[in-house]
Design a protein around this ligand. Structure first.
Ligand code: CA
Length: 237
């Protein structure tokens, strides 16, 4: 074989009943190039693991229905998929219970996305997956006359290269990944700046304003990146 097929991205199942945290984790992992599926409940997780055979599972301990410890025990009967537990309690007992049930590693809440991603990479490496730099299946995204290339970190408007600051680029990437959906500023802040970021929500407004100056015909009357009064922002493409 002369031309190797590109590595497919590692597939990760994230199980967490707290929706905003689930969203933040999933978004951050997708941005790393992983293929992510999500579940809010333990029983759904068990079903999804059977159906999708993920390469790694991020599993919260406290879940409605079947809790994380039980999910882990049930999976461990016949699967060796790496499992990273999210433990809400800082107590040692919780961690021991998680590891006893067959989890490979754990992260105590609250945790930063950077730490979570590092643990995931380490587990995937141990499991023999090319987790360090997951392949991005399709590096380009487009909406109307906007084109963005994730790998090259470039965005173009009508073929012309846009001069974007790093966070403007990430914000544009975020909107292109989620067109037609309204996001609260908190969600945008978590997704683009990360949970660890201590700046205020105004950061989002300021960057949206800058981005509009670059992608809108009239930044004062935006049609692509619109404000939804009382809610947040929506990207209409
Ligand atoms: Ca939980």
């Amino acid at each position: 074989m002369t031309s190797a097929a590109p590595d497919s991205p590692a597939r990760i199942l994230v199980v967490e009943d707290e929706e905003s945290l689930l969203f933040t984790i999933a978004h951050n992992l997708r941005r790393e190039g992983y293929e992510v599926t999500t579940a809010l409940r333990g029983d759904d997780a068990l079903r999804l693991v059977r159906e999708n055979r993920p390469d790694l599972i991020v599993l919260d301990v406290m879940l409605p229905g079947v809790d994380g410890i039980q999910v882990c025990r049930l999976l461990r009967r016949d699967l060796d998929t790496p499992i990273l537990m999210l433990t809400a309690l800082a107590g040692e007992g919780d961690r021991v219970a998680g590891l006893d049930s067959g989890a490979d590693d754990y992260v105590g809440k609250p945790f930063g996305m950077r730490e979570l991603k590092a643990r995931i990479r380490a587990l995937l490496r141990r499991a023999g997956r090319m987790g360090e730099h997951p392949a991005k299946d399709n590096p380009t995204l487009a909406a109307g006359n906007i084109e963005l290339d994730r790998n090259r970190h470039e965005a173009r408007l009508g073929g012309r290269l846009l001069k974007l600051k790093p966070k403007e680029f990430e914000l544009l990437l975020f909107f292109l990944e989620h067109p037609g959906k309204v996001f609260r500023r908190e969600q945008i802040l978590d997704a683009v700046w990360g949970e660890d970021y201590s700046g205020g929500l105004r950061t989002v407004d300021v960057h949206v304003r800058w981005l509009r100056q670059k992608v809108e015909e009239d930044a004062g009357a935006p049609v692509r990146l619109r404000t939804v009064r009382g809610s947040g922002y929506i990207f209409e493409g």
